[in-house]
Design a protein around this ligand. Structure first.
Ligand SMILES: Cc1ncc(COP(=O)(O)O)c(C=O)c1O
Length: 405
């Protein structure tokens, strides 16, 4: 039996069974056609069943699906690391592949901590953001700040060697003034904090963070597992402010195959080059650099560039802004829009109860969580499909009288 994610299995409603998927559409076993408004956890940026990504994978399959990177290498992984080194900003050139975003976060944190150990520094403290989400593995949970996901493992809030601050400049200044010389790294979801509630903040915070990291010799880590590949309207937030370590996942393979990469700059990489074997990075996921995943990623990046995805994302943002302009309801606390992400935050979680079924009945797959009703659509969505998604969100408030009315 399948043990489903984030669910109380005793009370869980049966999941929707998908028979096929094409473009932005999921086709269910019982004949429903649903627009996927959340791109399979924000990853399927080109939509489903893309003929060119399919072909890239099947072509690779004719040679082999996978060989390990322990003592072996292959064209697909070499081409992908070359492409990323050329395509990513600055000197983010060294690609460590892994099989999921959480593992890529673990690798980034190991890099930052061992970078310091290798140079004989005792810095162990990690600076992170309030409401951060970096995945569900243990160190990722520790740098995260999301009790809704990780409460079963929390010990009442105290976290060893991790300091959390809000995305506010005075808190940032204060953290560096007090702890700057103990910090190994500062890890952030840049501009858009996803699972912590689609919280958006200003680039000036990251610009100042970069300055302070430089002044205090602290590594800056951008977890762009969710924001990478255009979700904020920028290709990467790293194009605006350059981190020392960049983490990509989810859309890396166009949502086809679980894969992620932790990309280090020269400074970090050089911190591991040594005649001392103990200075090596001791990590090696079995499926790192999987050839099918690399081929999917290469094709996904090609499509992103060739088909002008940033323009598509800008059009999505414009349409959503236009459609939600002036829209409000007493139950709504705030509407936030950035690039290919829109979030309607309500005051009470109960105000979204039943939305999933409401959207399903109107041909939209949605999965609001807590107080957040959001959409992160595949970028190939048409205007008409996008309007259907946004108008379904609006209709929920229009067609449901407030409790007590
Ligand atoms: C910012 C961020 N980091 C890391 C992860 C974890 O990625 P994965 O689910 O592939 O382990 C997520 C997943 O939602 C994420 O949003």
């Amino acid at each position: 039996m399948i043990w489903y994610p984030y669910q109380q299995m005793k009370t869980m409603r049966p999941p929707i069974k998908i028979k096929s998927a094409h473009g932005v559409h999921l086709f269910t076993e019982d004949g429903h056609d649903l627009i996927d408004s959340i791109s399979s956890w924000w990853s399927v940026i080109h939509g489903y069943n893309h003929p060119e990504i399919n072909k890239a994978i099947t072509d690779q399959l004719a040679d082999f699906a996978h060989v390990m990177l322990g003592g072996l290498t292959h064209d697909a992984v070499q081409q992908l690391s070359d492409k990323l080194a050329a395509w990513l900003p600055g000197d983010l050139d060294y690609c460590f592949f892994s099989d999921s975003g959480s593992v890529a976060v673990e690798v980034a944190l190991k890099m930052a901590l061992q970078f310091n150990t290798n140079r004989g520094s005792a810095r162990r403290t990690i600076l992170a953001l309030e409401h951060a989400y970096h995945g569900d593995t243990f160190k990722a949970m520790e740098v995260g700040d999301d009790e809704d996901y990780h409460f079963a493992f929390s010990d009442g809030g105290a976290k060893r060697d991790v300091i959390h601050i809000p995305t506010e400049l005075p808190a940032l200044e204060d953290a560096f003034a007090k702890h700057g010389d103990e910090l190994s790294c500062f890890i952030v979801e840049p501009l858009l904090q996803g699972a912590g509630g689609m919280r958006m903040y200003d680039i000036s915070f990251l610009q100042r963070a970069r300055q302070l990291c430089d002044e205090h010799d602290v590594l800056l880590i951008f977890d762009e597992v969710a924001t990478g590949f255009g979700r904020t309207g920028h290709r990467f937030v790293a194009d605006l402010v350059l981190p020392d370590i960049l983490i990509l996942g989810k859309a890396l393979t166009g949502g086809y195959i679980g894969h992620a990469v932790t990309v280090a700059n020269h400074k970090v990489y050089n911190g591991f080059l040594s005649d001392d074997p103990s200075h090596a990075l001791m990590h090696g996921p079995t499926f790192m650099g999987n050839a099918l995943a690399c081929r999917a990623a290469l094709k996904s990046i090609e499509l992103f560039e060739r088909d002008h995805y940033l323009e598509k994302i800008a059009r999505i943002e414009q349409t959503v802004r236009r459609e939600l302009d002036g829209f409000g309801d007493p139950r709504i606390r705030e509407i936030r829009i950035m690039g290919g992400c829109v979030c309607i935050e309500v005051f009470n979680e109960s105000d979204l109860e039943g939305y999933k079924q409401f959207a399903y009945d109107r041909g939209v797959f949605s999965r609001p969580f807590l107080k957040y009703l959001y959409a992160m659509v595949p970028y190939i969505i048409t205007e008409a499909e996008l309007l259907k998604v946004v108008r379904t969100m609006k209709a929920w408030f229009a067609e449901h009288p407030m409790k007590g009315d």
